[in-house]
Design a protein around this ligand. Structure first.
Ligand code: HEM
Length: 161
């Protein structure tokens, strides 16, 4: 009896935790998109107006990088606690791929977002090897710009709003 009560309580706690992380993933997505937009827009404006690369121009993409990585971690937790993952376990990969919604959340959304985070990481690391301010702004504009497009392409807009 004690075992079943403990099990039921643990299950309830796990569900609450997943709901909380799901809400956080949904809210943090705003910050992620905003930070990527700010980094790209700042890089393009600075590039076109020949501005010097200042400390804030490094801080903005760094903050965007950290925010994106946190979103990635939240996404991983959400994924393994989601009904989509349960569907995959119950029905297998073949059936999951036939279902457009499950396919989006199991494959398309995670892979595209991980790819976007990799681009942001590579872009930020490449800044170290650049010798001119123009090259630095260009690197941010390209890597963060493509990452932003990937993120925007696989956000489940209908479900989000
Ligand atoms: C930059 C990275 C990411 C962004 C901007 C992002 C954004 C979003 C947004 C806006 C939603 C809809 C939330 C809602 O329904 O209110 C969502 C849902 C979801 N995301 Fe992400 N995500 C990212 C990364 C990831 C990653 C890496 C994974 C998995 C490894 C993931 C897994 C999921 C899952 C499973 C859902 C569906 C949650 C549910 O309704 O059960 N996400 N994401």
């Amino acid at each position: 009896m004690g075992f079943f009560i403990t099990f039921a309580l643990l299950k309830k706690t796990k569900t609450k935790f997943i709901i909380m992380i799901k809400m956080l993933h949904s809210t943090w997505a705003f910050l992620t998109v905003i930070m990527l937009v700010v980094a790209v827009v700042n890089a393009i404006i600075s590039l076109t107006s020949n501005k010097d690369f200042k400390q804030k121009d490094l801080r903005i993409p760094l903050f965007a990088l950290v925010v994106t990585h946190i979103q990635l971690l939240l996404g991983l937790i959400v994924l393994f606690g989601s009904e989509y993952y349960t569907f995959l376990l119950d029905n297998g990969m073949g059936e999951s791929m036939k279902n457009a919604e499950v396919r989006l959340f199991i494959i398309e959304h995670p892979i595209m977002m991980i790819f976007a985070a990799i681009l942001v990481t590579i872009g930020f690391r490449k800044l170290k090897n650049k010798s001119t301010d123009k090259e630095m702004f260009k690197t941010i504009a390209i890597y963060y710009g493509i990452a932003l497009l990937l993120v925007l392409s696989r956000i489940p807009w209908g479900q989000w709003f």
